[in-house]
Design a protein around this ligand. Structure first.
Ligand SMILES: Cc1ncc(COP(=O)(O)O)c(C=O)c1O
Length: 378
């Protein structure tokens, strides 16, 4: 029966992980599965990525990392986990017990982590983050030495291990942007400074999907792609998924819940932002912005019904949108509507939706809510 659901092709996830490992050229793979695996489901994606050779899972929120680690259980299979966003009073003790490694951008965070480790008599594994120019997380260059020195003192006490060192690009999706070389060089300098002070790191990591797939020589010990694991291009203006050897893993589909004939001059949906030119057949699709369909894609979002690609007619509502199926439409209630998929069958892709909604494909998949049924195949 046709219904609204997300189908996730786990074979595509495996294939993409393999492609990323090949591009990593000997470096390990940290599969970034934050934000519920970019909407695909963090646990099933993590399982596939680990089976395909990922040695690390990366998640922003510590709470999500704890939940995913717990749910994976034995399927974690020795994979290491890094989390980097947490409140000041986070349960670092539980994270340390579970062997979750923690990103640290400042001395205060490092001290809180160390305090929890001290109380447990354990060593917390930390990844020191340098702000090499993104201007987001990480220690700025003038506070980097202080952070490294504090980590070394705590390492001397045995409560912290300087497991990783890392940073993140601002413009990796714009090949040739001058900040890329500047950030790569700032990271190399920060690393040299830390090593000069006596720090030794197991894993140095900098490359996201775009850095990896544009061939920047910054793979170090570990690469940290997210978007490409799901088969979407991080550089859509330069190369699409297929050109990058990636397969989009998610298909979002629904059905026609009502089909009816309306006269010429009929406004469709709120605000009558679409007015029929002639008598036509409309189809109602039971998906709206509460289901992750961006309202900004009103009159623009592409869908496939049968063998036709159409655009939403009028505004996207909270739970529904309307299609103008045309005067001779033979479509029936229950017929399948593909919102986006791999693109192989001519249906729109998440990237097409990003374009229609004025956003990036990251936002299209991560905004899909938990209530949508997710079906895993392959
Ligand atoms: C710190 C960090 N590393 C890696 C990634 C993965 O980036 P991408 O999905 O562009 O590969 C992200 C995602 O935003 C991130 O915030």
């Amino acid at each position: 029966m046709n219904r609204s659901r997300l189908t996730i092709d786990l074979g595509a996830i495996r294939s993409n992980a393999g492609r990323l490992l090949q591009a990593a050229n000997g470096a390990g793979l940290m599969a970034v599965v934050k934000a519920n695996g970019y909407g695909h489901g963090a646990v099933p994606v993590a399982r596939e990525a680990i089976a395909a050779g990922a040695s690390y899972l990366g998640m922003a929120q510590l709470a999500e990392a704890l939940a995913v680690t717990h749910e994976l259980g034995r399927d974690r299979a020795g994979a290491r986990v890094l989390a980097w966003i947490y409140p000041p009073d986070a349960d670092f003790g539980e994270a340390i017990r579970q062997g979750i490694e923690l990103g640290a951008s400042d001395v205060a965070a490092l001290d809180s982590i160390a305090q929890a480790a001290r109380a447990l008599g354990l060593t917390a594994k930390v990844h020191l983050k340098l702000d090499s120019g993104l201007g987001r997380a990480g220690a700025p260059r003038d506070r980097w030495e202080k952070l490294v020195r504090r980590a070394l003192t705590l390492a001397g006490e045995g409560v912290v291990a300087t497991t990783g060192v890392w940073s993140h690009f601002a413009y990796a999706d714009q090949p040739g942007h001058p900040t890329i070389a500047a950030q790569a060089s700032a990271f190399a300098d920060g690393l040299a400074l830390a090593e000069g002070l006596g720090a030794r790191f197991e894993v140095r990591h900098l490359a996201n999907s775009a850095a990896l797939l544009t061939g920047l020589p910054v793979s170090y010990d570990l690469v940290r792609p997210g978007l490409a694991l799901y088969g979407l291009s991080p550089i859509p203006e330069v190369a699409g998924s297929a050109e990058l050897g990636l397969r989009p893993a998610m298909t979002f589909e629904s059905f026609l819940s009502l089909v009816k004939t309306v006269p010429a001059g009929q406004g469709l949906s709120y605000g009558h932002a679409y007015i029929t030119k002639a008598q036509t057949v409309t189809g109602l699709v039971p998906l709206g912005y509460a289901d992750g369909v961006p309202r900004s894609a009103s009159n623009a979002g592409p869908v496939r019904v049968g063998a036709r690609n159409l655009r939403i007619a009028g505004r996207v509502c909270m739970d529904q949108f309307v299609l103008d199926l045309g005067p001779d439409a033979a479509d029936r209630v229950g017929d399948r509507v593909v919102v986006f998929g791999s693109g192989d069958d001519g249906a729109p892709t998440a990237q097409d939706w990003a374009q229609a909604a004025g956003t990036i494909s990251y936002e299209i998949t991560t905004r899909l809510p938990a209530h949508l049924e997710r079906v895993y195949v392959n």
